[in-house]
Structures are given as C-alpha cells and as structure tokens.
Design a protein around this ligand. Structure first.
Ligand code: GLU
Length: 319
C-alpha cells in the first residue's frame, strides 16, 4: 500500500484541486429532527457523498441541540461544520452576549447563509394568547439547552425586562417533544426560531387547535434597530392550519459555519457540492426554494469567510 504521505504529495503535485489522500470523515452539526437544520445538514451531506469517489470525503449530519451546541462543538474540534443562527454567529465571533464569558471564538468562519428563521411563537387556541405579552404567567416551552431559540428568547426577555420567572412554567423540551407537549396541554405555547414550513409546527397544528402569535412592540423594534443580524419577519398566512393571516415577528438567518482549523480543501469541496448542484439543493426543502447565491455568500455572515469557500466563490466570479 502506498503511504498516505506519498498520496498527499502526489495530490499536491497534481495541482491543488486533488482529492483528500485518504477517506476523510466530516461532520455537520444540525438541530432537532423536526426542524430545518437537520434537513440542511442531511442535504449538504447527500450532495457531498455523491462525490466521495472523487474527493474521498464522507459526510454525516447528526441531530444536535442546535446553534449554541454546534458552535461549541466546532470550537472544541468535535465537529467540522454546523448550522447556527446569524445572531449567535455574531456573538460567538465577537465574544458578546451569551459568549462573553467564554471569550471570542476568533477562529469561527462563515461559509454561507441559508434560509430565514422567524422567531416563532405558537400557542394553544384555548390559551387566550393573542400577542407576546400575553405569555406572562403562562406555561411556555422556551427551548432546549444548546438551542438558538432558548438563547434568543433570553435576549428577548432581557429586552422586555422580563425573566423566566414571569412564566408559570418555563420548560426546556426539545423540538421533537414540544408539539406533543402543546397537544397534551402540558404547555400553553412554544417558542422556536426556525425556517418555515417545518415538521414541528406542522405536527402542533395537526394535533391541536393552535395559532401563531405576533411578536412586536417597542422592545422588538429596538432589538431590530440596534442589531444588524435581526430583521422584521413575516410568517405567511395559510402556511399552517389555524393561521390564515400573516404573522409578524422578527427573525435571523440560518448560517453555515466552520473553523479556520478545518482544511481549505474540505470546505472547498463541500461548497462546490452545494453550488455545483444548487437546483437540486433548493428542491430538498421548501424553505430553500427562494435561496439566491449572491445573498447566501454575504447576508447574515459576520465572521470572515473560510478560505476554502472564498476560493470557490472567486472561481465562480461571485467575488
Ligand atoms: N434555530 C434553531 C437553533 O438554532 C434550530 C432550528 C432548526 O433546527 O431548524 O437551535
């Protein structure tokens, strides 16, 4: 057998875009199985793995706790890439908000952004919740530890001068459990920062009478005005049973991130697998339908681009 070193050398001599010298396993951190991050990771891996014979990369995308868990796993070197909300990409890179204590993750690198994620509140129709302020005193699933929604919910509460103590119950069930909790009347409402449509909200409205709840007011306006990674967002009427008119809220972008420690060639091949097959990628989830290359390589990205991604975008003439 030829040594790995020899193959790597031969590959380098053959001019750069060569394959990895040996089978290389790469992992993408996603989110709960009923969310959209899981589909993002699975879709990227599916496209990457179609080319394993050429580049020797084998991609897996397990379910995880979400944004914060993914960023921490990338930082620890336990995962190579992951999906994370644009607000948490910003705070991790800058060492602000929830990441103040740990300090800036200066090696965090952006790859591209994906779909928009409205901060979504859905309540039982019988709970008397017509807007976010009505959540006071109610039983609310605020999101699992490690999720973007729990972290963003903490920011919202802070902006409003509330605490978790303002709810009669603040449960931390995972997305896969939250719809059943709503249906079983264990909680009055659930909070989920997520692309639409998604399995969790669909499950909630198909098992119980539930309505999307608007999230607006001065505190939200100020959050959006003060922070580039937040924007006003609308969940279109008619998307879910029980919510026929548009629901206004604010939102973030789902972004795909990695570390500067991950090989340029790995990121180049992953990005190439997605954008060489972009029409196929967009068909893998309705939330990807309106994605545009030129927006994906800049919107919602606050960490520097990974050089492997930049190389591909330059080759395509996008930068
Ligand atoms: N935005 C959520 C998070 O950061 C995940 C949403 C999803 O899984 O689609 O944890």
């Amino acid at each position: 057998m030829k040594s790995v070193k020899y193959l790597a050398f031969a590959a380098a001599m053959m001019g750069g875009t060569a394959t990895m010298a040996q089978e290389t396993f790469i992992t993408i951190g996603t989110g709960g199985q009923t969310g959209v991050y899981f589909v993002v990771g699975q879709s990227i891996c599916r496209l990457v793995n179609r080319g394993t014979a050429d580049h020797n990369l084998k991609c897996t995308a397990p379910s995880t706790g979400g944004s914060i868990a993914n960023i921490n796993a990338i930082k620890a070197g336990d995962m190579d890439m992951g999906v994370a909300q644009s607000d948490w990409q910003f705070h991790a890179f800058n060492g602000s908000s929830k990441f103040e204590e740990d300090g800036a993750f200066g090696n965090l690198r952006a790859v591209f952004s994906v779909h928009g994620e409205p901060f979504t509140v859905i309540a039982r129709a019988d709970a008397g919740i017509g807007n976010f302020d009505d959540l006071k005193g109610k039983r609310v699933n605020v999101g699992n530890p490690g999720s973007g929604q729990l972290a963003t919910m903490e920011v919202v509460l802070d902006a409003k001068g509330w605490t978790m103590g303002d709810f009669s119950l603040a449960s931390e069930l995972k997305p896969a459990e939250q719809a059943a909790a709503l249906g079983d009347n264990k909680v009055d409402a659930i909070v989920y920062t997520v692309g639409h449509p998604n399995g969790s909200i669909q499950e909630a409205v198909s098992t119980t009478d539930a309505v999307l709840v608007p999230v607006n007011g001065d505190a939200i306006d100020k959050l959006v005005a003060d922070n580039p990674f937040y924007a006003k967002a609308t969940i279109p009427g008619g998307m879910y049973k029980g919510s026929d008119s548009d629901t206004t809220t604010f939102g973030v972008k789902a972004t795909f991130v990695t570390s500067a420690d991950v090989d340029d060639e790995v990121i180049y091949q992953v990005v190439k697998a997605v954008f060489d097959n972009f029409d196929r990628f967009k068909k893998l989830h309705p939330a990807f339908e309106n994605l545009k290359e030129e927006e994906m390589i800049q919107d919602g990205l606050s960490a520097p681009l990974h050089p492997g991604a930049e190389k591909y975008y330059k080759e395509r003439g996008w930068m």
